[in-house]
Design a binder for this molecule. Structure first.
Ligand code: URA
Length: 351
């Protein structure tokens, strides 16, 4: 396992050495390679603007050399393809991508952000760009793309593979991607918002274990520190709800995986459950959800600046069932949207 992890790290290091450490000698070569695969995470490219000034742009790093050989790329679960859709003209201006579990929440988010950015018309319906499929829903207004990802690691992983390719084919640069969602809190008042410092697994390690070609690979789940701080500052400026930066535990299921006592199967007692959650708290975990680890790992490998912002629907030290009234839960779910909406507005100089 460790050997394979080293092998993967070795490959990334090699990529980094070749493409980041100045071994692409001339600017001409750099420009030529701008959209090539294997751009190392965190690298940027110099581009001459119309007035001759050099500007730095971060492009998507596609860790897959095979894609370059394909004449056409069909993003099956989005019902979009490079042979049928002009990605640069449809998506080339995207700068912020927000992803969340539910299609209706992501539609509500696009309506909210359109209003906030002054880009909406009252009563306007936002068309689902992925209307050709019911797997995922996608909405766009100005520089903001809003995409649903369903529940759990497998679902968000499939969506992210296609989303990252979409951004690459569209030649997008300087993207900020944020997962907005719900979670179970640990030791926090329900309704608190957690900005993830690190996504950790069910043993509190900041990693994602994935089986590729029958071998386990381990990927880092770090998120952008500065982005987390910027989001925290935004929450302070809004001043409407409690927000903390903490670790987020990403589990494989909602019931046993999160130590609940109310699933169809539970072979541990309340004391064991509470001890586990307290251990999680001690290790820095403040909330639990089911998507952040693969989100962080894939964004890391693709050089995307990423954050996770989730509201807590309950305090898991006090119970397992989500029993708050519907209107209270609806208001809680708007909190990550408000925070990220404010961040986008501020980033665009509209606050
Ligand atoms: N989402 C989760 O994964 N867990 C919770 O407890 C609540 C929302």
């Amino acid at each position: 396992m460790v050997a394979f992890m080293r092998q993967e790290e070795g490959l990334l290091n090699l990529i980094q050495k070749v493409f980041v450490s100045g071994k692409l000698r001339t600017k001409k070569m750099q420009r030529k390679r701008r959209y090539k695969t294997y751009m190392a995470p965190g690298s940027s490219n110099e581009k001459n603007t119309d007035d001759g000034q050099a500007s730095k742009e971060n492009f998507i790093h596609l860790c897959n050399p095979h894609l370059e050989k394909m004449k056409e790329d069909i993003l099956y679960h989005f019902a979009l393809g490079t042979g049928t859709h002009d990605f640069p003209s449809l998506f080339g201006d995207v700068k912020f991508v927000c992803v969340g579990g539910s299609p209706s929440r992501m539609k509500a988010f696009i309506a909210y952000i359109a209003e906030e950015l002054g880009l909406g018309t009252p009563g306007c319906d936002y068309p689902n760009i992925c209307a050709g499929t019911d797997r995922y829903a996608m909405y766009k207004v100005g520089p903001v793309l809003s995409v649903s990802h369903g529940m759990g690691i497998p679902s968000i992983s499939i969506m992210l593979h296609e989303l990252i390719k979409l951004l690459y084919h569209a030649k997008c640069s300087d993207i900020t991607i944020i997962r907005i969602g719900t979670s179970g809190g640990i030791g926090l008042k329900p309704g608190s918002v957690v900005i993830t410092r690190q996504s950790v697994d069910a043993t509190f390690k900041p990693q994602l274990e994935q089986v590729v070609l029958g071998r386990t690979v381990i990927r880092s789940t770090n998120l952008d520190e500065q982005l987390a701080k910027d989001l925290m500052q935004c929450s302070k400026e809004i001043g409407q709800f409690n927000t903390v930066i903490g670790n987020t535990m990403c589990t494989l299921d909602f019931y046993e995986g999160q130590g609940r006592l109310d699933g169809a199967i539970c072979l541990y007692d309340e004391e064991e459950k509470l001890q586990y959650l307290k251990n999680a708290y001690e290790s820095g975990v403040r909330n639990i959800e089911m998507e952040s680890s693969v989100f962080a790992a894939m964004c890391n490998l693709s050089g995307l600046k990423a954050a996770v912002v989730c509201v807590t629907l309950l305090n898991r030290l006090e119970g397992d069932q989500i029993s708050s009234p519907h209107d209270v839960l609806v208001e809680y779910q708007k909190r990550p949207q408000k925070l990220v909406g404010y961040f986008i507005k501020k980033s665009l100089g509209k606050v």
